[in-house]
Design a protein around this ligand. Structure first.
Ligand code: PHE
Length: 463
């Protein structure tokens, strides 16, 4: 083992970096939409319950594996049980698949941020702007390169002087920006062309008050599945990241406490994103405006909302895209680090070499993803019904197929082969208490694997 393994300077550095990974596009463009669609309060309550049980279990397990083995995802599983090496390989392939398209989307954010920064944000609200932009053969590639370069610079700086330092600056800024925009969003009152007045405060009710229709068995089931899928993605588990970050954690730090803090951070930002987006979209576009999520929400609907705000819209849009850029870079940094740490541990590369190698792979694949909207354009239907291009296929395979496999595998390895005691020992080795041990044991052995299998079957369109 390498003697000079990098590490975070302390718990706060670790928590901020891991929260930086967890807080990403999913918190901003999917959580608010799901919450509004699934009957407001009901989704939030189910999400919270799952976060402290299911989410806590998965996150704690990965961080514990990382801290205990002091290995990257690629090598950690094999160190625990040589026969399980293959799981490590999948856990390393996932971030390698995500990195290129995450950078492409990061490039879209850079483009919109620059548009608002230079005062021409209104343009982004014109019909067809987004489609014209992504189908262009050169600009998206250029923007992706800017984003990838930024990410590589941070990772090249190392764990403490690169990732931790960056997270310590960017995460507080992100919180600050999201609070400002949310507060603004709540003060909005807008009269539409037919004279109907809608306020941000009314929009807030849609987010928090459970709708009567949502309280039946069928919708509780759908909501639970949605909340679970969202939580799984949002915590950045099952893609090796938390193992890599855990391996840089100091042995003295309190594991369950840090994991709890990451969850609180991630969930609070998701809630705030809801408070920021739903009231504004509702006030300016009504309930129909809330039908979109993902790129459609961020790059098509929201620019229209900023335009409708009048002169202040450009400033709000600029702050918004700066905030999204922070969220996306800290996530991309964590994806890259999971791969870089794997290359370092497995192939004994230097950090610089490993970063450049993965940077090159991401660049080539990223270009292919960009060209998927023009030169390589095709349409294919995924098992879950969505019409997809290259980006969506990579997203589907990594998130919906490979990630549940890694997560179920991890639950079986820790719950049944190593036994939950493995995680307990890692947690209590400094004399710390493991308060949620009972919940953890039941979760890791039974509930989490079953839930993950259902999630997997759902992605295949089977249930
Ligand atoms: N967890 C991030 C989010 O909620 C997304 C992410 C995906 C981060 C993949 C890292 C890797 O948006």
């Amino acid at each position: 083992m390498r003697k000079n393994r990098n590490s975070f300077t302390g718990s706060i550095g670790f928590v901020l970096a891991a929260a930086g990974s967890a807080v990403g596009l999913g918190n901003i463009w999917r959580f608010p939409y799901l919450a509004a669609r699934d009957g407001g309060g009901l989704f939030l309550v189910i999400y919270l319950i799952l976060a402290v049980t299911f989410g806590f279990t998965l996150l704690l397990t990965e961080v514990a594996i990382g801290r205990n083995t002091k290995q990257s995802p690629l090598t950690a599983y094999g160190k625990l049980r040589p026969k399980w090496k293959g799981l490590g390989v999948i856990a390393c392939i996932i971030p390698m698949m995500i990195m290129p398209y995450y950078c492409v989307i990061g490039g879209w954010v850079v483009k919109y941020f620059l548009a608002f920064l230079t005062g021409s944000g209104v343009q982004t609200a014109t019909e067809g702007y987004f489609t014209d932009f992504i189908t262009d053969t050169s600009t998206p590639i250029g923007m992706m390169i800017v984003f990838l370069f930024l990410t590589m610079v941070v990772v090249l700086g190392g764990v403490d002087k690169g990732i931790e330092k960056f997270s310590r600056i960017v995460m507080p800024l992100l919180v600050f920006l999201i609070i400002i925009i949310s507060a603004f969003s709540l003060t909005i009152s807008h009269t539409d062309d037919s004279g109907v007045v809608r306020t941000g405060m009314e929009g807030l009710k849609i987010l928090f008050i459970p709708s009567a229709e949502s309280l039946n068995f069928q919708s509780i089931y759908t909501t639970t599945m949605d909340a679970m899928g969202q939580l799984f993605y949002s915590l950045s588990v099952a893609m090796g990241i938390m193992i890599a970050y855990g391996s840089y954690m100091k042995d003295e730090s309190n594991l369950p406490k840090s994991v709890g803090q990451i969850e609180i951070f991630d969930t609070a930002i998701a809630f705030l994103a809801g408070v920021m987006i739903i009231p504004a979209v509702y006030a300016f576009m009504g309930k129909e405006g809330m039908q979109s999520s993902g790129p459609g929400l961020m790059f098509v609907s929201l620019p229209k909302v900023f335009e409708a705000m009048g002169p202040i819209g450009n400033l709000i849009g600029c702050l918004f895209f700066a905030m999204v850029l922070f969220a996306a870079t800290t996530s991309a940094v964590s994806i890259l680090e999971a791969i870089v740490s794997s290359f370092i541990d497995k192939f004994h590369m230097e950090r610089k070499q490993a970063t450049l190698a993965e940077g090159l792979i991401a660049l080539v694949l990223g270009i292919v993803v960009c060209l998927g909207y023009n030169k390589f354009y095709f349409e294919i239907k995924l098992p879950n019904g969505a019409v997809a291009q290259i980006l969506d296929i990579m997203d589907y395979v990594s998130n919906n197929l490979l990630m549940p496999i890694v997560a179920v595998g991890t639950c079986i390895l820790v719950g049944w082969i190593l036994k939950p005691k493995y995680v307990e020992d890692e947690i209590t080795k400094n004399g710390e208490k493991f308060a949620r041990k009972g919940v953890y044991n039941v979760m890791i052995k039974y509930v989490a694997p079953i839930m993950l299998v259902v999630l997997f079957l759902k992605a295949l369109g089977i249930v």
